[in-house]
Design a protein around this ligand. Structure first.
Ligand SMILES: NC(=O)c1ccc[n+]([C@@H]2O[C@H](COP(=O)([O-])OP(=O)(O)OC[C@H]3O[C@@H](n4cnc5c(N)ncnc54)[C@H](OP(=O)(O)O)[C@@H]3O)[C@@H](O)[C@H]2O)c1
Length: 317
């Protein structure tokens, strides 16, 4: 599907971006594969990691419309993964989160429309559903900007990534900590591996009609089980919930579920306004309307992974 295409990923040096590039190079022969991000050091390190791969690197900030538009010229697929995504940092620097996550997303959408790019998808988060923090609120607006322009959104739960709790726990364990800090024993999260997150987005690129939000049907984990998986011999210390955090996440609100279509392994939320028919996917599967509106929450999910399940995942970093 990406063979012969010119593909650009904003935030390509991030955790998702590098996983995406690895899968694209393994499965397709894109005509061009472009990484767009700000920091030259991360690009330098990525060049070394992907040495010999047929890729291009563009330094630029999504806040700068002209740079984004120039980078998008001649592209056929855009994956927008660039974001400020640390909940606490966004709480403390709301205007920075607004500039990158909202204004930057608006620039991506305007440039993609100006360059007549057909396949454009934003990587979003469960924190954008009924947002309670600045990060979630800015991603909520970004999603609306994408959907209203007829572009698509892949809304993901947590995946093990740079700066996430898993490498943090691993580092504490390696440094000889006696206990791992968990904010609340009741806390739950949706959980995907990085590979699953990338596979899901690749499938969305194939299925997209434009204007829809894709929501994967994934298991939940208890954060205490993440700690047990990262440091099996360590005690768990409950340290209290942090600013902007919530106990459980929601991938699909009750309002969205009322118009959602259920497919094997994922939901599609059509836009509130829009004429496309979303009932059949690229593989020919027919989606079934969700009969009873429900909230798809990490707390009430019918599938939970245990610490042992997490340890078995190959990219549990
Ligand atoms: N990690 C998760 O669990 C998770 C879950 C759901 C959704 N998501 C979403 O998935 C996407 C990727 O997340 P991630 O975990 O891969 O994040 P990450 O590792 O922090 O990577 C973020 C990327 O964005 C780039 N970036 C940041 N600000 C930028 C700007 N103003 N202009 C251009 N590039 C910029 C960064 O590079 P530079 O700093 O060099 O610019 C980096 O390449 C985000 O949109 C996030 O909201 C993540």
């Amino acid at each position: 599907m990406l063979t012969g295409k010119a593909v650009l990923i904003t935030g390509g040096t991030g955790s998702f971006g590098q996983g995406f590039v690895r899968s694209v190079l393994a499965r397709y022969k894109p005509a061009r594969l472009v990484v767009f991000s700000r920091d030259e050091q991360k690009q330098y390190e990525m060049r070394a990691r992907f040495s010999g791969a047929p890729m291009e690197y563009v330094l630029g900030d999504v806040r700068d419309y002209e740079t984004v538009r120039r980078a998008f010229e001649g592209m056929s697929v855009i994956v927008h993964a660039a974001a400020l995504k640390q909940v606490e940092a966004a709480e403390q620097n709301p205007q920075e989160a607004i500039k990158t996550n909202i204004n930057g997303s608006a620039n991506v959408v305007t440039a993609a429309a100006a360059c007549r790019i057909q396949r454009v998808i934003e990587i979003s988060t469960d924190k954008a559903v009924h947002p309670v923090n600045i990060y979630g609120a800015t991603k909520f607006v970004a999603d609306k900007i994408f959907v209203s322009a007829g572009f698509s959104v892949a809304r993901l739960g947590n995946f093990s990534s740079r700066g996430s709790v898993v490498p943090y726990f691993r580092r504490l364990a390696a440094e000889g900590a006696a206990e791992l800090p968990v904010t609340d024993a009741r806390m739950t999260r949706f959980w995907l591996t990085l590979t699953q997150a990338v596979e899901f987005v690749l499938a969305c690129l194939e299925r997209m009609k434009g204007g829809e939000i894709f929501v994967p049907r994934v298991p939940s984990v208890r954060t205490v089980d993440i700690a047990k998986a990262a440091g099996p011999s360590l005690k768990v210390k409950i340290v209290g919930i942090r600013p902007g955090e919530r106990l459980h996440e929601i991938l699909l609100s009750a309002q969205e579920s009322a118009r959602a279509l259920a497919f094997t392994g994922y939901y599609v939320v059509p836009p509130v306004v829009g004429a496309s028919d979303y009932s059949t996917d690229a593989a020919g599967e027919r989606g079934v309307p969700v009969k009873e509106p429900f909230e798809y929450s990490s707390e009430t999910n019918d599938r939970f992974l245990t610490a042992a399940d997490l340890r078995k995942q190959e990219d549990f970093i």
